[in-house]
Ligand binder design. Structure first.
Ligand code: CP
Ligand code: NVA
Length: 308
């Protein structure tokens, strides 16, 4: 049964911007869109896309989602708009929110995203910052729900850098009350703000586990998740990070230690033989392309809530 929509006209900057009930509502809507049980129309509505970093999945899935809702998108490339020339965010945001009905932004500093949201009169969506990737987490938990039909007793182990993708998984996992284990090298742990917020949301403080040991982190886990070791903007740290993350590759030895029916997720793009072996990436455990498809359904659901 679909719940009343409380997300209308709200920003979605963080996984913290949604309650457990609202998250379940979005996931339910996403399943309905995926199963073609729902045909909501937002004719003439326009989504502005500001991408300061590259994107395949997020950009295209937003474009297709808007088209399926009867709306359209405008691609605001910083190099061809005045954004690249340094027009202040507060001016850009006030102008764009007079043309667009919703704006999705991919940028570096989370504070820039918040600045857009402060000045925009239309909903702003986080399409990835260095700090969070909440749209990704929607698709991830949709994929997990499809597999296990329930979140009860699901153990999610993330192996990699404790940054944007991990942060949104931690917060969403806390909303859903599931056990989230993060295994990362020393110095790459998630930000204290994320850990403290997750502990505030979730009554059971023991559900979030941070470790530097991938082997203990995967024991009996139902979901193994990884992400690139060097994120966009960190290209100059690649050599150092490759060394630091040595031993954090999801390979068949690690998969064997997880639950026998464990699934493998990766937000993509992937670097085979770095964070994941080709064997595991292509194995029967992998749900990576279902997860990528679910970006579309989850964002169609999110947009329909924000635009209602
Ligand atoms: N997972 C993800 O956000 O992919 P893109 O960088 O291709 O959008
Ligand atoms: N952590 C990665 C995620 C890519 C979707 C990055 O920020 O580049």
């Amino acid at each position: 049964m679909l719940q009343p929509n409380k997300l209308a006209n709200k920003n979605f900057l963080s996984s913290l911007d949604i309650s457990t009930e609202e998250l379940m509502h979005v996931l339910e809507l996403a399943s309905s869109f995926k199963n073609k049980d729902l045909n909501l129309k937002f004719d003439g509505k326009v989504l502005g896309l500001i991408f300061d970093k590259s994107s395949t999945r997020t950009r295209v899935s937003f474009q297709v989602a808007m088209s399926r809702l009867g709306g359209s998108t405008i691609d605001l490339n910083p190099t061809t708009s005045q954004i690249g020339r340094g027009e202040p965010i507060k001016d850009t945001a006030r102008v764009l929110s007079r043309y667009c009905d919703v704006i999705a932004i991919r940028t570096f500093d989370h504070s820039d995203l918040e600045e857009y949201a402060k000045w925009s009169t239309k909903p702003v969506i986080n399409a990835l910052t260095d700090f969070e990737h909440p749209c990704q987490a929607l698709a991830d938990f949709l994929t997990i729900h499809e597999e296990f039909l329930d979140f009860k007793d699901v153990v999610l182990t993330f192996i990699g850098d404790g940054n944007n993708v991990a942060n949104s998984l931690i917060l969403c996992g806390a909303l859903l009350g599931i056990e989230v284990r993060i295994a990362c090298p020393k110095g790459y742990e998630p930000h204290d703000l994320i850990i403290n917020n997750a502990k505030k949301i979730c009554k059971n403080k023991n559900l979030l586990k941070i470790t530097n040991d991938p082997i203990t982190a995967v024991q009996g886990a139902n979901v193994l998740y990884t992400d690139v070791w060097s994120s966009m903007g960190e290209e100059n740290q690649k050599e150092e990070k490759d060394k630091d993350f040595n031993g954090f590759t999801i390979d068949s030895n690690l998969v064997e230690k997880a639950d026998k029916d464990a699934i493998i997720l990766h937000c993509l793009p992937a670097y085979r033989s770095k964070e994941i072996t080709d064997e595991v990436f292509e194995s029967k455990h992998s749900r990576i392309f279902d997860q990528a498809e679910n970006r579309l359904h989850a964002q169609q659901a999110l947009l329909s809530c924000l635009l209602s």
